[in-house]
Design a protein around this ligand. Structure first.
Ligand code: CO
Length: 208
């Protein structure tokens, strides 16, 4: 790819934005108050704002391999705490996607070096849901279901944090699990019953 093209694209983008709103960038420079925190996969096809039809200033974004929310990941935990406690987002979204290379890699018997401990968290999702997953004979369907269950378990991981528990109690923060279907472009709401999971796990994970 010719990187000069990127800068030309940028010039064009500035022109388009200013044509629609002459104050676009001066407003953008004043600060941000996004209502959404989007936690997605680093996969190049999962373009957070674009697939939602949103733009600069609308979404606080964190992306990593296989959209994981891991309790000792200082990066993800900093993002969650900052977005929830300071930006006061109203919705936290975990968005997985079909054809996720991270989820596929987690299910292969291969030593992937530094990725091993990261992907082990997905193997844990498989272990928790082993009965359901092993009952699916079609390999593609099984991977798709694992993508969905991984999203669900990362939502549960969010509920385990003090920031989310407190924001739910104080101002009704909601956690959502979505999947982006790369085959069709469709964004699918898994309709995770956030309040049910909250109730289920609070006995053990209650912090605040
Ligand atoms: Co992925």
């Amino acid at each position: 790819m010719d990187l000069n093209k990127v800068f030309k694209n940028n010039d064009q983008w500035i022109k388009e934005k200013l044509a629609l709103d002459p104050n676009f960038f001066s407003d953008l420079g004043k600060g941000q108050s996004p209502e959404l925190l989007f936690i997605g996969c680093s996969d190049s096809r999962v373009s957070a704002e674009e697939l939602m039809g949103l733009g600069p200033g609308d979404v606080f974004v964190h992306r990593n391999i296989a959209n994981m929310v891991i309790s000792i990941d200082l990066n993800a935990m900093s993002v969650v705490n900052y977005a929830v406690n300071f930006l006061k987002v109203n919705h936290v979204i975990v968005c997985g996607h079909y054809e996720c290379g991270g989820v596929k890699a987690a299910m292969q018997s291969a030593d992937l070096g530094i990725l091993n401990p990261w992907l082990r968290n997905i193997r844990d999702v498989y272990r928790i849901h082993k009965n359901e997953l092993n009952s699916i004979s079609d390999e593609d369907k099984k991977y798709e279901r694992l993508v969905e269950l991984n999203v669900k378990e990362q939502c549960v991981n969010l509920i385990k944090t003090a920031a989310v528990q407190k924001a739910y109690r104080d101002r009704g923060l909601q956690v959502h699990g979505w999947v982006f279907d790369v085959h069709t472009g469709k964004l699918i709401d898994l309709k995770i019953d956030f309040e049910k999971y909250l109730k289920d796990i609070m006995e053990i994970y209650h912090l605040d």
